[in-house]
Design a protein around this ligand. Structure first.
Ligand code: IPM
Ligand code: MG
Length: 353
């Protein structure tokens, strides 16, 4: 097949990890007979340095015209003051919003070869396969913000339609997995959560009778995902709870660097990025973990291009790479030799069959 992929490497370790994911996509294209045309554009601090804007119109236009977007990371110590009016983070928020990517899929799958890297005991990690579906374009992130000298506010608002569409997407995924959906909210306190809960109940009863649904408060959920992670299948939650919960869940596989994500809307076009940030402290050293970005490329093949077999091939190659002990410093046992970003990418490409 032919596909257009927009590549936005961004800042810090973004370009290094994206380069390895691009090599995997090129290897898949060669091996399976596809034609991917990749076009790169600046985003984040890299774009601010070039144009003054974190998301130049030309970058947004490229993303809009592509079948899928492969994104690296954004953020730079030079622009880390939260009071700045123009910040690299605005680029990813604007991209999600402009492309209508309302559902963020963040899977966390554990691999026995790297149990040692997780803060949890191995007996808790066996069989963990969680998919968090985070609402991505609503809630407190995008509500009205006000600020005076001595007060500030951020509005958290949701409409029925915004809740329905993300719940349907999550339930549809759960139906193809272990058919268990946990909806996370704070319905004992928040009105948006009470609306969320009633929409979940209505949609699930009417459209997904084969999927069991359980409601959990966000505070309890943060505890249960650590205490009994293997019990969870799909979790659906609003934007801010999802932001926090997914960083926590990402600790189960052992490193933020291992975790991919897909941001989807109504069409096939999606944005794919590792869940880690730009890690300026290790940028340019060639030691960043590329697996999260490579696994994001696998999600791109599956969700935007419909290439399930190719996606599974990348996932198998990453699992074999880990099993063979090719580990970047964030995953390697203390004192043992670690692989560079490039070596890790080479190892995945070599195992792609
Ligand atoms: C994430 C990040 C972003 C978010 C930041 C960079 C705006 O933390 O993708 O989880 O809060 O959504
Ligand atoms: Mg986050």
């Amino acid at each position: 097949m032919k596909a257009q992929i927009a590549v936005l490497p961004g800042d810090g370790i973004g370009p290094e990890v994206v380069a390895e994911a691009v090599r995997c996509l090129e290897a898949v294209a060669a091996r399976f007979g596809h034609q991917f045309s990749l076009a790169e554009a600046p985003v984040g601090a890299a774009a601010m340095d070039l144009t003054g804007e974190p998301l130049p119109a030309s970058t947004l236009a490229l993303a809009r015209s592509a079948d899928a977007v492969l994104f690296g990371a954004i953020g730079d110590p030079r622009y880390s003051d939260p009071a700045l009016a123009v910040r690299p983070e605005q680029s990813i928020l604007a991209l999600r919003r402009e492309l209508g990517l309302y559902a963020n899929l963040r899977p966390a799958v554990t691999h026995p070869a790297v149990y040692h890297a997780s803060p949890l005991r191995p007996e808790l990690l066996a069989g963990v396969d969680i998919l968090v579906v985070r609402e991505l374009t609503g809630g407190i992130y995008f509500g009205e913000k006000t600020r005076t000298a001595d007060s500030a506010s951020d509005v958290c608002a949701y409409t029925t339609g915004e809740i329905e569409r993300v719940v349907r997407l999550a339930a549809g995924l759960a139906a193809k997995r272990r058919r268990k959906l946990v909806s996370v909210d704070k319905a004992n306190v928040l009105e948006t959560s009470r609306l969320w809960r009633s929409v979940v109940n209505r949609v699930m009863a009417a459209e997904y009778p084969g999927v069991t649904v359980e409601h959990m408060y966000i505070d309890a959920a943060t505890m249960h995902v650590l205490r009994r992670p293997a019990d969870f299948d799909v979790i659906v939650t609003e934007n801010m709870f999802g932001d926090i919960l997914t960083d926590e869940v990402a600790m189960l596989p052992g490193s933020l660097g291992l975790c991919p994500s897909a941001s989807l809307g109504d069409g096939r076009r999606g944005l794919y990025e590792p869940i880690h940030g730009s890690a300026p402290d290790i940028a340019g050293k060639g030691i960043a973990n590329p697996f999260g970005t490579i696994l994001s490329a696998a999600m791109l093949l599956r969700h935007s291009l419909g290439l399930d077999e190719e996606a599974a091939a990348i996932e198998r190659a990453v699992a074999r790479t880990l099993a063979d002990g090719v580990l970047t410093p964030d995953l390697a046992l203390r004192g043992s030799a670690a692989a560079t970003t490039r070596c890790a990418g080479d190892a995945v490409v070599a195992r792609l069959v």
